[in-house]
Design a protein around this ligand. Structure first.
Ligand code: E4P
Length: 216
């Protein structure tokens, strides 16, 4: 299972890279806007593309086919690891189909149903991003659609990779791994929580105290 960070924060990305666990990054306009005090859109995106060796998803702002395609073509030139995030919809499907023929990698985002994920795969999206947390927020079982998408993609040998998105806590991560999702993209706080356990800290503390009693 690949681990992506869902962030546009350079420090968080550097820390996760340093731990050796980071395979890629996903961003969206909300995440980039949180970092806007640190530079313009292009500066932030260029820096992320430079420091991350794996795929980096960058979302388009346009909602029409022509706008999405021209933004995608511009962003794709920034680096071979750029993946263009396109929102699900009629125009988005057309754009993904066009871009995939052009050899530009895409991530179909804002996916909330298995049927939407089928269409994303049909038009050749490299990645599909079901938003589990936002479904949980409205009382639906978000991970259920990940399970269904996995079954459908396996049934038809679709090559689109599933990125479990809108992750809220570490339980989402291991549930996704049990289903066999290709990627989980998570906030930095969730990645930190995957590392930490009070019993680990307690164990280290006890070993440190006992180590003091050993004669070297
Ligand atoms: C996915 O690629 C999105 O950037 C993200 O996971 C959305 O998460 P949110 O629902 O916490 O905003």
């Amino acid at each position: 299972m690949k681990i992506f960070l869902d962030t546009a924060n350079i420090e968080e990305i550097k820390r996760a890279l340093d731990w050796g666990v980071l395979d890629g990054v996903t961003t969206n306009p909300t995440l980039v806007s949180k970092e806007s005090g640190k530079g313009k859109f292009d500066e932030i995106v260029d820096e992320i593309l430079k420091i991350v060796p794996g795929p980096v998803s960058i979302e388009v702002f346009s909602t029409d086919f022509n706008g999405m395609v021209s933004e995608a073509e511009r962003i794709a030139k920034k680096g071979s690891n750029a993946v263009i995030k396109i929102p699900m919809g009629f125009e988005g499907l057309k754009a993904v189909k066009y871009l995939s023929k052009e050899g530009i990698r895409t991530n179909m985002t804002l996916v909330f149903t298995t049927n939407q994920a089928i269409l994303a795969a049909k038009v050749g999206a490299d990645y599909v991003s079901p938003f589990v947390g936002r479904l949980d927020d409205i009382g639906e079982y978000g991970m259920g659609i990940v399970e269904n998408i996995k079954t459908v993609y396996t049934n038809y040998r679709f090559r689109t990779e599933i990125i479990v998105a809108s992750v809220r806590h570490p339980i989402h991560v291991y549930e996704a791994s049990l289903i066999g999702a290709d990627v989980v993209t998570m906030p930095f706080s969730v990645l930190e929580k995957m590392v930490m356990h009070p019993k680990t800290d307690e164990g280290i503390q006890r070993f440190l105290e006992d180590a003091k009693k050993i004669k070297f």
